[in-house]
Ligand binder design. Structure first.
Ligand code: NAI
Length: 328
């Protein structure tokens, strides 16, 4: 039998945590033959609810679940972690300035990065879900100098999946026929969902759509503002779809992208496509053997360039702000 993989989940008592943990335990994160040990990290106020979720996980009698431990100390929560899903974050509350939001999240992601640096397993892979995800990932990465920077990633897979779904609805294609979609930039309203290189059943998606007005005025804003539309409809922010995207992100990273396809991940830039080195920005990536690579050589047209640059500009400003706060 295989040794269990240690998976740390922060914010385990939150709504994404509740949608995520059962799928990890049932084998969807890593594979149907990979046993997992869950390490749940919460703040003291969340411990009791996390214990309740752990009771329910026990009650599922998942064959792959080799154990559950719950902590309110990051140094313990990340001990031996092979995969870490950083979900818990400080949400923006009414009247909160961006600086306050970044400072509050710095207070979470800096110590978590330090704990990962000191205690995680050598093969640690980190996905940051908690918002502002890209910059929180940057803060954690900067606090973990002994961990290769590329192990810190931010989630734009929900945006990627949303874009595929919108494109399928527009064209009548099956989602499984859509490939090579890209989310560029920040997981925020400035993100750029790019269909110019996407394919629908082997044909160029932009040519199949053939509707620049829909692209600019409907598709892009619908994908970028989908989070707000979900809150408006559900009275709560995306949870199951966010958890699903986190599962997809890690599963693809570990198990690879399909031949001829790629995915979108927020990753430290190596300078590709004019994105300043070190910014955690979303790119088209292929994954193989537990590693990812940026898809190179794509032709970026004027329409795309403007939008990528605007989102990357926002990321640069967020980086400047956390630098000023002494968080990186
Ligand atoms: P939630 O408020 O239901 O749960 C958050 C949980 O995190 C709470 O149980 C809280 O006690 C815990 N927490 C807070 N600080 C913590 C810390 N320092 N250590 C450990 N746990 C801590 O929030 P929800 O709905 O689960 O969302 C979590 C985050 O995910 C939010 O920041 C949200 O904006 C973000 N999100 C990101 C998406 C993406 O596409 N990247 C999509 C949807 C949500």
């Amino acid at each position: 039998t295989r040794t269990p993989v240690n998976v740390t989940v922060t914010g385990a008592a939150g709504q994404i945590g509740y949608a995520l943990l059962f799928r990890i335990a049932s084998g969807h994160l890593l594979g149907a033959d990979v046993p997992v040990k869950l390490r749940l990290l919460e703040i003291p106020q969340g411990m009791k609810a996390a214990e309740g979720t752990a009771m329910e996980l026990d009650d599922c009698a998942f064959p792959l679940l080799a154990g559950i431990d719950i902590f309110d100390d990051p140094n313990k929560g990340f001990e031996g972690a092979n995969v870490a899903l950083l979900v818990g974050a400080r949400p923006r509350t009414k009247g909160m300035e961006r600086g306050d939001l970044l400072a509050a999240n710095g207070g979470i992601f800096k110590p978590q990065g330090q704990a990962i640096n000191a205690h995680a397993a050598d093969d640690i892979k980190v996905l940051v879900v908690g918002n502002p995800a890209n910059t929180n990932a940057l803060i954690a990465q900067a606090a973990a100098p002994d961990v290769p920077a590329e192990r810190f990633t931010a989630m734009t897979r929900l945006d990627h999946n949303r874009a595929i779904s919108q494109l399928a609805a527009k064209t009548g294609a099956a989602v499984s026929d859509i490939k090579r979609l890209t989310i560029w930039g920040n997981h925020s309203a400035t993100q750029y969902p790019d269909i110019f290189h996407a394919e629908i059943a082997g044909k160029n998606a932009a040519e199949v759509v053939n509707d620049q007005v829909w692209l600019a005025d409907t598709f892009i804003p619908t994908v970028a503002k989908r989070g707000a539309a979900i809150i408006e409809a559900r009275g709560a922010s995306s949870a199951a779809s966010a958890a699903n995207a986190a599962i997809d992100h890690v599963h693809t990273w570990v198990n690879g992208t399909a031949e001829g396809d790629w995915t979108s991940m927020g990753i430290p830039s190596d300078g590709s496509y004019g994105v300043p080195e070190g910014l955690i920005s979303s790119f088209p990536v292929t994954c193989k053997d537990g590693k990812y690579e940026i898809v190179q050589g794509l032709d970026v047209n004027e329409f795309s360039r403007t939008r990528i640059d605007a989102s990357v500009q926002e990321l640069s400003e967020e980086r400047d702000a956390v630098r000023e706060l002494g968080l990186i």
